[in-house]
Design a protein. Structure first.
Length: 270
């Protein structure tokens, strides 16, 4: 698919910079479906010739759309429409399913790959959640999640070694059920409550490489702490998603107005 001829014009007198005008044209064509997810855009020299601008101007427009998560550049191949957008419904509650069972909908849409299992120094936020010192060795299970072969999440689950010693949690293997169910049975403590803390930040170099995003693309980062009935942490999980490609959705009922209480019968209004 080529550039829409009717849109391929730059207004030099406009307040908007030329590269922003180009990114707006490209964004509009993508939204219309002129380029489908996974489809390659014309080369930068070809786009520059179409708009009558320098290649550097087009590169700035492409960079802007990459930061927004609309495009992805594959070295030696070209620039493609990145159509994968992950909808995170009700934050981490989806991992537990409707009735503490396997969440079939999530499993059908996302493919999780275990990348590492072993002891590692706890980062500060994990150490704080467990109440241990920074750098304390804990058991970590790291993973990456893909959909349509596009990475959409990097994450890790941390456990106290005293809880996990000698259990299946130490083995580099996937389970035929959610991790929390495996942990409950192996550790012998039930998940009773959890907290989610979500922040926006810049990715680390490793996160940017794994998620195939630019280093200046913001990410959303979740810290999920699961407790037993005595409020003792069982698992501390981290998840990081490309911010522009991730939507957090919280759905809830809104209570109706409460009826006014009966006035004090002893009170006389005058």
């Amino acid at each position: 698919m080529s550039i829409n001829p009717g849109a391929a014009s730059i207004n030099p007198g406009a307040a908007e910079f030329p590269h922003r005008q180009i990114s707006a044209h490209l964004r509009a064509q993508i939204r219309r479906g002129d380029w489908a997810p996974g489809e390659r855009l014309p080369s930068i020299p070809a786009i520059a010739e179409t708009f009558g601008v320098a290649k550097q101007t087009v590169q700035r427009a492409i960079d802007q759309l990459r930061v927004e998560g609309i495009l992805i550049t594959k070295p030696g191949s070209g620039t493609y429409v990145r159509g994968t957008r992950r909808r995170l419904n009700r934050l981490s509650r989806g991992r537990y399913g409707g009735h503490r069972g396997y969440h079939a909908d999530l499993a059908a849409r996302y493919r999780q790959q275990l990348t590492e299992v072993g002891r590692a120094p706890a980062p500060p936020e994990v150490a704080d959640a467990f109440g241990v010192g920074d750098g304390t060795e804990l058991l970590v299970r790291r993973h990456i999640v893909r959909t349509d072969d596009v990475p959409v999440e990097v994450g890790a689950s941390w456990f106290r070694p005293d809880d996990a010693n000698g259990t299946s949690l130490e083995r580099r293997e996937a389970f035929g059920r959610p991790l929390y169910q495996e942990a409950e049975e192996e550790i012998g403590r039930r998940y009773a409550s959890a907290t989610d803390q979500i922040t926006a930040r810049q990715p680390s170099r490793e996160e940017a490489e794994l998620l195939q995003i630019r280093p200046d693309t913001p990410v959303l980062h979740l810290l999920h702490v699961a407790y037993d009935a005595n409020r003792r942490p069982i698992e501390v999980a981290q998840a990081t998603w490309p911010g522009p490609m991730t939507t957090l959705t919280e759905e809830y009922a809104i209570p109706g107005p409460a009826a006014d209480p009966d006035p004090d019968p002893g009170l006389v209004l005058g």
